[in-house]
Design a binder for this molecule. Structure first.
Ligand SMILES: [Ca+2]
Ligand SMILES: [Ca+2]
Length: 259
């Protein structure tokens, strides 16, 4: 009996000792694994969240959009222009043109910049009148280029991100539509390098600059606004090929906005 009790108590002591050792082993195993695991996981989870948030802020600041204010001349006629029998003609909006949203810091770049043309001896006025800031519809405000296909070109004097081009051909009288209006930008004055077309309503490619998808439009005091989406270029060239009243080409003013 005594022998059995001793064996039993030894067994119990042994069991208790074993139970005490096993959890301590587990604990020491856990504690050695847990800090290294958590220290490895936590920094790995956090950094991807931070870089995602951080770059978003500068991008949002850079593309902050503001309405482009365009100073308009006095209208020379009131009401919607009479419908005309011309193919692919844009319908009048019947209200003021909505303001174009452009990045903050965009301003007019074209005032008094150098102007050249396919017709360097205009019939009326001087080429410089296209960028002199006078866009009124009265006599003496426009330059008249010769008949047929002609172009007028503005040199911004350095490459710029262009966001809008506004053209006033001639808005003294109602119902003028200019033909084969094509607006291109390029890196060089000869329009050989990196030429991009921003507007083209030459639907039959009679000017040889490609088939245009844009619509004909009636001249008004609002001018024609051509969005340019930040295209980078130094030179802007504007083509036309007469108008619905005669075969001459006119520029009252051209404004190029960018930064
Ligand atoms: Ca002018
Ligand atoms: Ca044509």
């Amino acid at each position: 009996m005594v022998k059995n009790k001793v064996i039993l108590s030894l067994f119990v002591i042994g069991l208790v000792a074993l139970l005490m050792v096993v959890p301590s082993c587990k604990k020491s195993g856990d504690t050695s694994a847990t800090p290294s695991d958590s220290s490895a996981e936590k920094p790995a989870e956090q950094p991807p969240e931070q870089p995602v948030e951080t770059p978003e802020q500068p991008v949002a600041e850079a593309t902050e959009l503001v309405p482009l204010e365009i100073e308009l001349p006095k209208p020379m006629f009131v009401g919607t222009p009479t419908p005309m029998n011309i193919e692919n003609l844009e319908k009048p909006l019947g209200k003021e043109r909505p303001l174009l949203q452009v990045p903050k810091g965009v301003k007019m770049l074209s005032l008094d910049k150098p102007v050249t043309s396919s017709d360097d001896e205009p019939i009326i006025g001087d080429l410089e009148q296209a960028v002199d800031g006078d866009k009124e519809g009265i006599d003496g405000s426009w330059v008249e280029l010769g008949p047929g296909k002609q172009w007028l070109q503005i040199d911004l004097e350095k490459p710029a991100e262009i966001y809008a081009i506004v053209i006033w051909h001639y808005h003294r009288e109602e119902g003028h539509v200019y033909k084969d209006v094509v607006v291109q930008v390029a890196d060089d004055a000869d329009f050989i390098s990196n030429v991009r077309t921003l507007f083209n309503n030459d639907i039959d490619n009679s000017s040889g600059l490609g088939i245009g998808q844009d619509k004909h439009y009636v001249e008004t005091a609002e001018g024609k606004l051509i969005p340019a989406k930040g295209v980078k270029a130094q030179y802007v060239r504007l083509y036309s090929n007469g108008n619905t009243s005669n075969n001459l080409n006119h520029y009252t003013e051209v404004e190029i906005f960018g930064k």
